[in-house]
Design a protein around this ligand. Structure first.
Ligand code: ATP
Ligand code: MG
Length: 159
């Protein structure tokens, strides 16, 4: 693996508005072929992050972005296509080739429940881990890491 793993940021007690803002800041550094893996328990904000990211790229603050729970993938058209993927209902990684993940080398992929990728996990990606804040149920703690050299640019996005 090129570049290995490097911590970018840990942020605690993030409210929903702030999470949307973080997503926007990251989207400003988005590049074709970018992959974002969103880890976190049910309701921690994976879709919320994706909504902030896609709204920012499409410059549409009222765009409806909901989880593609049954279809697994939802595609948004932009300069580069944006693929919002939710693997919650994927029962077997053998199904991944049928979902058509990572076939668009210029596409941007945001993936909820990336644990389901198993051995299809990409070599390089931006890792976002969301946790419930233990003191306040309306807040989240977030850890962001770059896996691979080219994802280190997101340090700039979060300064
Ligand atoms: N600080 C916060 N950050 C994100 N979401 C928050 C926050 N506080 C409250 N919420 C609420 O928590 C919910 C998060 O839902 P969201 O669909 O983004 O989670 P998810 O991780 O995608 O869940 P799932 O695993 O079901 O896909 C929303 O209803 C949102 O309004
Ligand atoms: Mg979701």
């Amino acid at each position: 693996m090129e570049g290995g793993r490097s911590k970018i940021k840990r942020l605690d007690k993030i409210n929903e508005y702030k999470l949307l803002e973080i997503a926007k800041n990251i989207s400003e550094y988005a590049f074709p072929g970018m992959i974002v893996l969103l880890y976190g328990d049910l309701g921690t904000g994976k879709t919320t992050f994706t909504k902030g990211f896609i709204r920012s790229l499409l410059k549409d603050d009222s765009l409806s972005v909901t989880s593609p729970t049954f279809a697994l993938v939802k595609v948004y058209d932009n300069d580069y296509k944006i693929y919002h993927v939710d693997l919650y209902r994927l029962s077997d990684p053998e199904e991944i080739p049928y979902v058509g993940l990572f076939e668009d080398s210029e596409g941007i992929y945001l993936i909820e429940w990336p644990e389901r990728l198993d051995y299809y996990i990409p070599d390089e990606y931006l890792e976002i881990k969301l946790y419930y804040n233990i003191e306040d149920m309306t807040k989240r703690d977030i850890e962001i890491e770059a896996i691979g050299e080219k994802y280190k640019i997101f340090e700039e996005a979060l300064k």
